[in-house]
Design a protein around this ligand. Structure first.
Ligand SMILES: Nc1ncnc2c1ncn2[C@@H]1O[C@H](COP(=O)(O)OP(=O)(O)OP(=O)(O)O)[C@@H](O)[C@H]1O
Ligand SMILES: [Mg+2]
Length: 300
């Protein structure tokens, strides 16, 4: 049986306009290309899980609008179970407007959505057959309820500890048993930009496996009172947007498959590196065979 991973949090539609140069003043600029791609931490993690051979479910809130319909269709096309989605009447779905230049430098305007109910349902039966859950901090009450339901069933609970408004990560981190920070998320939570010092500061306060992802520098894991580095494979990166999301999804799937933490960390590292090399948003997700081939090949 494919392990089921329930992912709660953000789904968004990213609209990227390709310009020859980023504007330095207001005006009208003609784009050379346009892409509309799925994004959002939990939704991207769910898409990654589905491509890696897991059974993925996404729960979160969208507006009952055209963007919401597009995202629901994209998630379904990638094999993600969206029965846990709430489509809010009169709500607006999250979107991002992105200006990108040929080198990949970007200006982002992120709209987190509006009129999306904080108390949208999280149903216990969504966890039937689940092997792990994952939450991002963009739907706080959803993450709290998902983690509580998962704890009652003894399931691994992975928090994507991204940069968030004050106090949010503190609330959620104590409900998770795997807290994997982004570099900025940890810097803000720990109050220091130094990742190793940050881990040393926060790990004793959390009853969880604690780690931080550092882009092409790999990730650091707090193990037995010291920081252990898992290097990332060297790849020609085409697009690193969402690598963290893929990393978290793959890590949760690996835990559900009963890999050890070091094994799960390497599995996630391989999946995220292949995502960076593939580019193409949700359409560039690595499959299981590619990840296993990279794991067999190995990297320093
Ligand atoms: N250029 C890269 N080459 C190889 N692996 C990468 C690269 N960028 C990211 N990764 C892998 O993905 C993991 C997560 O990336 P990163 O730390 O950038 O996440 P993030 O800051 O949460 O970004 P986002 O939320 O946009 O995905 C890294 O720890 C690494 O294993
Ligand atoms: Mg991230």
């Amino acid at each position: 049986m494919r392990p089921r991973i329930v992912c709660s949090g953000m789904a968004a539609l990213d609209r990227a306009y390709e310009l020859t140069a980023l504007p330095d003043q207001p005006g009208k600029f003609i784009a050379r290309g346009f892409r509309e791609v799925g994004g959002g931490m939990a939704a991207t993690a769910a898409v990654a899980v589905a491509h890696l051979g897991g059974s993925a479910a996404w729960c979160g809130r969208l507006g009952r609008d055209a963007v919401g319909a597009t995202l629901m269709a994209k998630l379904a096309a990638h094999g993600v179970d969206t029965r846990g989605a709430t489509l809010a009447e009169g709500g607006q779905s999250p979107t991002a407007g992105i200006l990108v230049d040929p080198k990949g430098e970007r200006i982002l305007a992120v709209f987190p959505g509006a009129g999306l109910p904080e108390d949208a349902p999280v149903e216990p039966h969504w966890l039937d057959g689940a092997g792990a859950v994952l939450a991002d901090p963009r739907w706080i009450s959803g993450a709290e309820r998902l983690f509580a339901l998962a704890a009652a069933r003894g399931l691994p609970r992975v928090l994507d500890a991204e940069t968030s408004p004050d106090g949010v990560l503190a609330r959620l981190a104590k409900l998770a048993d795997h807290v994997v920070f982004s570099e900025r998320g940890l810097a803000e939570f720990a109050g220091t930009p130094d990742a190793e010092a940050g881990l040393a500061r926060v790990a004793p306060r959390l009853d969880a496996t604690v780690a931080v992802t550092l882009g092409e520098r790999g990730s650091l894991w707090w193990r037995d009172g010291a920081a252990l580095r898992v290097p990332a494979p060297r790849v020609a990166a085409r697009d690193t947007t969402g690598c963290g999301d893929v990393f978290h999804g793959a890590y949760a799937l690996a835990l559900a498959e009963r890999m050890t933490v070091p094994e799960a960390a390497r599995f996630a590292t391989a999946a995220a590196a292949l995502k960076a090399a593939n580019g193409e948003g949700w359409d560039g997700m690595p499959d299981r065979d590619a990840v296993e081939a990279l794991l067999r090949e190995g990297w320093a």
